[in-house]
Design a binder for this molecule. Sequence first.
Ligand code: AMP
Ligand code: GLY
Length: 414
Amino acid sequence: MKILILGNGGREHAIAWKIAQSPTCTSLLVAPGNAGTQEIAENLDLNPMDVEGVVAYCKDNRVDLVIVGPEAPLVAGIVDRLEEEGIRAFGPKQAAAELEGSKSFSKRFMDRHFIPTAGYSEVASQAEAQKQLADMALPIVLKADGLAAGKGVYICLTEADVAEALDDLFVKERFGESGKLVVIEEFMKGTEASLLCFCDGKHLYPMESAKDHKRIFDNEQGPNTGGMGCVSPNPEVTPAWMEQIEREILIPIELGFAAEPWEFKGILFIGLMLTSDGPKVLEFNVRMGDPETQSVLPRLKSDLVELIEKTIDGKLHKSDFDWDPAVCVSVVAASKGYPWTSTKGCIIEGVESCDELVFHAGTKEEGGKLLTDGGRVLAVSALGKTLDQAYEKAYKAMDKIEFEGKQIRRDIGK
Ligand code: AMP
Ligand code: GLY
């Protein structure tokens, strides 16, 4: 099979690494990819958001399967267009991708199907927001309705935070169309967990749990990032929590999917808050997580191409999900200035001497040299029998990698 993966992050390198191991994959392409995918696949100069360009490439080059990494092309309807042209594609169609494309759509879905989540209301102007907020206690969470590259969430602890968020959203219109509608949410206290699930249109098949570390500094300090590290399984998701998640979250989602006019096929990423009141949904994403994928896929022993094909064909009940019981720790290295800015063009050294998995993100190869090319540069993923062992291995490998301004957290998996 000729397989094309869309995207250029660490997630896509991890997907490419796993797909390349499948005996059914005879040709692997990544668009646009990075310096890591270039070593195991052919990188294409193709923008995943250029839907018609991707469709034309696939038709002209007889691509058998397209795997969509990021959310934006899914929300733009790339799977609908590929299927119309008879090309198999992995990911939800546009109607179902709204679960990530619109917070309001996803909150209403959860409401209709009694899926536990934070209480909320929707507002379309600053005046309306102020009126709603007058009766609400702090802290409160404000979210731009549409896609905002992970930056559209404001956790407001004080009145000043609220004023700043409203100014950003309604006066500065920082998120353009995405911020025209704003969701106000009750603040939930608890521990976060990520659960990625295969969904074949009928049933959800959860992968092993993961814990994403979103803040830039150790001990969850500093601003949010795209994710500075990850651990799988999530140490807090005990079998008892998992049982409750299945009963109170996964089954209601399946019943909800069955009742909706659209169908969900692909990966549903459930962001969970484990609260004293039980598990609640923070958000849905309609693709794999980054850096969750870098911690979860190294533990998957089953053939990913087979699972993807069964997802598309609605036949996941005939699949075996075989997981390595080992713990995986993934540590991300970011470039100078991240998350405010990023630094490109710094020489990266030491990757070849790493014994662990290195998944590239913002990297490029130029004149035989490996260079930084974005905020999050790469991640090291290490498997261990215990969390401590995985931690030791991941940091031992990460310490061999050098580039100017390298930023890492020291507490991933600690
Ligand atoms: P989201 O993009 O919706 O996942 O939000 C990003 C981050 O904001 C989450 O990972 C949480 O840490 C935090 N967050 C979002 N919504 C809430 C909420 N209702 N209560 C507490 N924290 C939240
Ligand atoms: N790690 C969070 C995300 O992929 O959105």
